[in-house]
Design a protein around this ligand. Structure first.
Ligand SMILES: *[C@@H]1O[C@H](CO)[C@@H](O)[C@H](O)[C@H]1NC(C)=O
Ligand SMILES: *[C@@H]1O[C@H](CO)[C@@H](O)[C@H](O)[C@H]1NC(C)=O
Ligand SMILES: *[C@@H]1O[C@H](CO)[C@@H](O)[C@H](O)[C@H]1NC(C)=O
Length: 206
């Protein structure tokens, strides 16, 4: 009976995920009008841009980035990385406006997934992002400059498109982790790691 309860409890504690979201407030102390976002915005609308320009405080859960240019290009001017805890701060965009905004990786952090980022001239996390939840992924169209793992999932990256070549095991037990794959070149990915590939091990506990 005791063992059963333990197994049940550890299962519950592992299953507490979170949804990434950010809320911008037009007044100090998280007052005034609020704009809450839970999706990726390659081009913020004029209405959203106006609200963000008037922002004085924000609260965010997860990992968010705002970029100087549309389509997640140019410099990163807004960053909030807090995991499941809510990060609440003062913030003005008056001298550093953003035109695009997104969370990194998957919205629901409990789901096993990997996201690959092309990177842009100014940021490894910028540019195109593609998210995979299936067991294998390739044909990215670029060599990833950044990886995001969710759901405590582990992935084997291969240097060739056909799941062969040099391999690296990207491993974590966290719900949301950002990893720079350098110097590994990753052209294809399998979910899970296996000693049979003789991979280099990259373990992240962010
Ligand atoms: C952003 O990407 C869209 C779709 O690919 C494209 O139509 C648009 O011109 C891009 N915007 C900028 C500023 O590059
Ligand atoms: C990025 O840098 C390369 C090489 O320096 C340049 O050719 C390209 O135009 C740049 N792209 C952008 C979007 O600034
Ligand atoms: C992934 O690897 C970690 C060790 O870094 C391990 O604790 C975890 O159980 C593994 N996850 C899965 C889904 O195999």
């Amino acid at each position: 009976m005791f063992l059963r309860l333990c197994a049940f409890l550890s299962c519950v504690s592992f299953a507490v995920g979170y949804v990434q979201e950010v809320t911008f407030y037009t007044e100090y102390a998280f007052q005034g009008d609020a704009l809450r976002l839970r999706s990726k915005h390659a081009e913020l609308t004029p209405c959203q841009l106006k609200h963000i320009a008037n922002t004085k405080t924000f609260c965010a859960v997860g990992s968010w980035q705002g970029f100087e240019g549309q389509n997640y290009t140019g410099r990163v001017r807004f960053t909030s990385t807090s995991g499941a805890a809510m990060n609440c701060q003062e913030k003005s965009f008056k001298y550093s406006p953003i035109k695009s905004l997104r969370y990194l990786g998957q919205l629901e952090t409990l789901m096993p997934s990997i996201s690959v980022n092309s990177g842009s001239n100014d940021s490894d996390t910028g540019g195109i992002e593609r998210t995979f939840t299936n067991l294998a992924a390739n044909n990215f169209g670029f060599i990833p400059a950044h990886l995001v793992l969710t759901g405590g999932s582990n992935w084997t990256g291969f240097s060739n498109e056909d799941f062969t070549g040099e391999s690296t095991c990207f491993s974590t037990s966290e719900l949301h982790v950002g990893i720079s794959p350098h110097p590994s070149v990753v052209r294809s990915l399998f979910q899970g790691c296996d000693a049979k590939y003789g991979s280099e091990i990259y373990e992240s506990a962010e």
